[in-house]
Design a protein around this ligand. Sequence first.
Ligand code: UTP
Length: 279
Amino acid sequence: MKKKAAIDVCLFPAAGYGTRFLPATKSMPKEMLPILTKPLIQYGVEEAMNAGMNTMAIVTGRGKRAIEDHFDISYELEHQIKGTSKEKMLADIRHIIDKCIFSYTRQIEMKGLGHAILTGKPLIGYQPFAVILADDLCVSESEGVLSQMVTLYEKYQCSIVAIEEIDPQHTDKYGVIAGVEIEPGIFRVSTMVEKPSPADAPTNLAIIGRYILTPDIFDILQQTKPGKGGEIQITDALMEQAREGNVIAYKFSGKRYDCGSIDGYVQATVELYNEMTKK
Ligand code: UTP
């Protein structure tokens, strides 16, 4: 049974260019790339629903209209396949459309993830909210990763980032944290560095694309100057909260696929296919 949501809104920053998937992403959003038959963003929405959320706020950009169309009824198509065996292929998406409210805003200039989250503020208001980066596909045996994080939020009532141990040579692709382990796999964050070189990384604990953020993050983001790569980094804003002891990092249970990279995308496709054909 789903728990009552302590957090109702999930934000999906989906305005990035997805340059690693060019030319596929030239006119199609990266978030619409399918793993088997479902686009990445649908997996994300399902994970948010599994965590008890039903309000999905999506930050889009130019060329991303397919996302809005996906979470809408396609009358012609549905009429066409009505009464055929194919009708059931739309059952999951129809369920999502029935249960969730979607709202959208556009990020006009792609000034980084922190900026994309700040752009979503009018869709959220002043309440704690979740963030899913749909190109990080998370799968778990039972409870979804975001649902695990909501349970933690109920206990700690502060911002939470999901982390995993990575190969120390790859720290320059991630935000990296250090902190005190207060429970097994749960850290009170003291340091966060965006994309450090392996020599400068405080640990090999990397932030992946799942967050729960308290709304003061918006005030902080408003003041946050461009950081690494000239972008407004969510890591820099979170570091402000961490200074007050208000960020928890959580080694989630489950597996993450970096579907923003070709290797991760192919691995997810193969492993989910194997899983499906086993059944
Ligand atoms: P990435 O670093 O994966 O960038 O963004 P990208 O543009 O999507 O992909 P590449 O690197 O060019 O292939 C991480 C997440 O932050 C969002 C992206 O959509 C993705 O979900 N993002 C990033 C924004 O929404 N706006 C931005 O300005 C930057």
